[in-house]
Write a protein that binds this ligand. Sequence first.
Ligand code: HEC
Length: 114
Amino acid sequence: MRVSAVLAAATLAAAVAWPAAAQDAAKIERGKQVYVEQKCKLCHSIGGEGNAKGPLDDVGSKFKADELKEWIVNPQAMTEKHKATRKPAMKAYPNLPAADLEALVAYMGSLKKK
Ligand code: HEC
C-alpha cells in the first residue's frame, strides 16, 4: 500500500515535469533553426562555427532572457549600453514572429559554458 502510494506520487511528478522540459527542448530546437534562417552566424559563432569575432557560446550566462531579447529587437540600445565597438554593428530584427523570437531567446539562454 505504502509502496504503491510512493510509486503513484513519483509517476505523477514525472508526468507533470516532463511536458515542461519537452516544451523547452522543442523551443530551443526551433531557436536553432531561427538562428540559421536569420543568418546570425554571419557575425556570430557557436561551437566554433560561424564568425569567430562574435562568439555566443556563453551568452546564456552573460545575459538574462529579457536582455537577450533586447539584443535581438533593439541592438542599437544594447550596443550603446554595453559599449560594444565591433563593426558592422548588429542590426535589429523587429519583424520576427513572436514565437520565433521567443524560441531564439530560449536558444540563446541555453548557451552556457559548463
Ligand atoms: C551585422 C552583424 C551581426 C548580425 C547579422 C547579428 N549580430 Fe548579434 N551582434 C553583433 C555585434 C557587433 C554585437 C556586439 C557585441 C560584439 O562585439 O560581439 C552583437 C551582439 C549580440 C549579442 C550579445 C553578445 C554579447 O556577448 O555581448 C547577442 C545575444 C546577439 N548579438 C545575438 C544575435 C542573433 C540571435 C542574431 C541573429 C538574429 C544576430 N546577433 C545577428 C553583430 C551582429
